[in-house]
Design a protein. Sequence first.
Length: 116
Amino acid sequence: VQLQASGGGLVQAGESLRLSCAASGSIFSMYDMGWYRQAPGKKRELVATITRSAMANYADSVKGRFTISRDNAKNTVSLQMNSLKPEDTAVYYCNANRWSTASNYWGQGTLVTVSS
């Protein structure tokens, strides 16, 4: 699976951004998808995941502000980020995981910077 993330940028606190991740090379619908982020000097952390059956899970820090969705027809997963905060500043990575085959893939990351 090849993953291409896009949509990052510089915004002010309180504004919104939408990240997208396009997948190719395998059967997208067989993968659980997720967004992770890594801030400078910090470990990579989970932001949100969505299963093959579209069950979503969120980190407490983004609940109520971020929404993950997937479109299996277009092989894409998106992350709508509202009410952004400076602490959301990080490189955001798209992830594809298939437990049955122990397959796990990462995209190249897209930078989100939120100014106060």
